[in-house]
Write a protein that binds this ligand. Structure first.
Ligand SMILES: *Cc1c(COP(=O)(O)O)cnc(C)c1O
Length: 417
């Protein structure tokens, strides 16, 4: 459910014609719907209303300050994976006690920064990291609250690049070694064990991997409780999928019911780190057709957005819908939708039946709110796109388009050259 819809043949975001935004902002730009963001966070939280819980939006899916603020305003915390995301979370007004810190490679500086901010907890991913956190906490006379990220070895049945909970993954500590690691943590002077964490992957479209993971984690939580560990928090990560094409992921209520049923007796506060499911369908990427061209074996539609703006198709072969902002023209053609970047992997869609676009037409790439702008780059020295938030009738620029000056910020040509 989202607030992008056609009125007659014209695409609107809430009460604003997308064409109007394009005229104001130029192309390409990311466009987010405020009502959709609010609806998603409110419904996610509502689904867990009957149990103690904290929803920490995974900032890496969309870290725009205004987007983070919408979630913070709606009671959410933030899941961070870097010192940069901690900085953003604080700028967006997130209370430190609602910040959890994940990631396999936290540096000493980042650990120090997070301790100084007094975040809720670190999700620890290795023995050495545990020792490092203990040492940094000791040096600043603090106690670090931690959960260990446990790798339950279940197959999330998603793209290999976004599967994180299998034995061969770099993430977390294998569940077989978890008890040993917890005992070790308990012996460290500057560590306070507060919970258990796991995150098995992204874009999951079935409940069964979540259920299988929880079944394994439950045993660990119970074993820890028997040994007297205070496992106040059970962090189940993110990963719930969305509809890009014709997937039918579980809805919030189905997911919540399965999780609540499997954890009710544990006496824990549940933490969630949803990313994609909160923002994915709350955003689109709007671009303009520059040229069309008929190759010998393929048709091409060349747009002013490319893989530097939206990396997912090139990176994972991901599917995104390609729709017309003005759909009054009914002919279609089968084509590749490609960007201006000098790489053959620069495409937004391949062999797709799409409207018969002409130069100048506006195009929306759908379901682009998650891992869209956050993965964008300046490759080919292209200034990054603007980000616009629509709220009712209002068009709000939440990140201006980058300028040529932005492109060279921080660079110098040494005097001696
Ligand atoms: C990426 C990530 C998430 C969010 O994943 P989604 O699939 O976007 O919900 C949550 N937790 C951790 C540790 C992650 O790395």
């Amino acid at each position: 459910m989202n607030h992008f819809h056609y009125v007659k043949n014209e695409l609107y975001c809430e009460e604003v014609p997308v064409r109007e935004v394009a005229e104001q902002a130029g192309t390409p730009f990311y466009l987010y719907s405020h009502a959709t963001l609010e609806r998603h966070i409110q419904r996610f939280r509502q689904a867990f209303a009957e149990v103690p819980h904290l929803v920490c939006f995974s900032a890496k899916a969309n870290s725009n300050l205004a987007v983070l603020r919408v979630f913070v305003n709606n009671g959410a915390g933030i899941d961070i994976v870097s010192g940069g995301e901690l900085y953003r979370a604080r700028k967006a007004g997130c209370e430190p006690q609602k910040i959890v810190y994940s990631g396999v490679g936290k540096t000493e500086g980042e650990i120090h920064q997070a301790l100084a901010a007094d975040i809720l907890m670190f999700n620890v991913e290795s023995e050495q990291e545990l020792e490092k956190i203990d040492a940094v906490a000791g040096a600043s006379r603090k106690k670090a609250r931690i959960a260990i990220r446990v790798n339950p070895d279940v197959d999330p049945q998603t793209h290999p690049y976004i599967s994180t909970g299998m034995k061969k993954a770099k993430f977390g500590i294998n569940i077989g070694q978890a008890l040993y690691q917890y005992r070790k943590a308990a012996a460290l002077a500057n560590i306070e064990v507060v919970g258990v964490d796991c995150h098995i992957g992204s874009q999951l479209t079935k409940l069964s991997p979540f259920v299988d993971a929880i079944a394994k984690i439950r045993e660990l939580v119970q074993a820890l409780q028997q040994e007297g560990f205070a496992t106040r928090y059970l962090d189940l990560g993110g990963g719930l999928g969305i509809t890009y094409a014709d997937e039918t992921p579980p809805d919030f209520e189905e997911y919540a019911q399965a999780v609540i049923d499997a954890t009710r007796d544990l006496g824990v506060t549940l933490i969630f780190e949803p990313g994609r499911v909160l923002v994915g369908n709350a955003g689109i990427l709007v671009c303009r057709v520059l040229y069309t061209k008929k190759g010998e074996v393929k048709n091409f539609v060349i747009t002013d957005a490319g893989m530097n703006d939206l990396a997912r198709p090139s990176l994972y072969g991901s599917y995104h819908g390609i729709i017309a902002i003005d759909r009054s023209r009914t002919e279609t053609l089968t084509a590749d939708v490609v960007g201006p970047i000098c790489e053959s992997g620069d495409f937004l869609a391949q062999d797709r039946e799409i409207p018969a676009f002409r130069p100048g037409d506006l195009v929306a790439v759908t379901s682009a709110g998650a891992y869209g702008f956050t993965m964008s780059s300046n490759y080919n020295s292209r200034p990054r796109a603007a980000e616009i938030l629509v709220k009712g009738q209002k068009i709000l620029t939440v990140r201006r388009r980058e300028t040529l000056e932005d492109l060279i910020r921080g660079e110098t040509v040494p005097e001696s050259l």
